[in-house]
Design a protein. Sequence first.
Length: 104
Amino acid sequence: EAADRALPYYRGGAGTTAECSRLCASISMTHMGRQYNGECWCGGEEYGKHGSAGANCQNCQIDGNNYFGSGSSCVFELTSPGFAGLPSPIGAYEGCYEDREGSR
């Protein structure tokens, strides 16, 4: 768990956004975010507590099926539990939000 993170639970550099969503859903989180170099972060409704990334939202790019931010999070709502073999629980794209990088 990371201090003052909007999405406080780090799940490593999950290979795809779908993998990240399953990891976050499996620990009962409602939201997931992709950050710098594909990092996977999980959390709840507090994903926007540091505000919108504004102009930095250009950092949310599509690379195949993968979303990547920089110091900001490309945030998605999760819709269902994410267990192996089940479809990805990725729901709506919530947007690009600031996060605290110091505890990375």
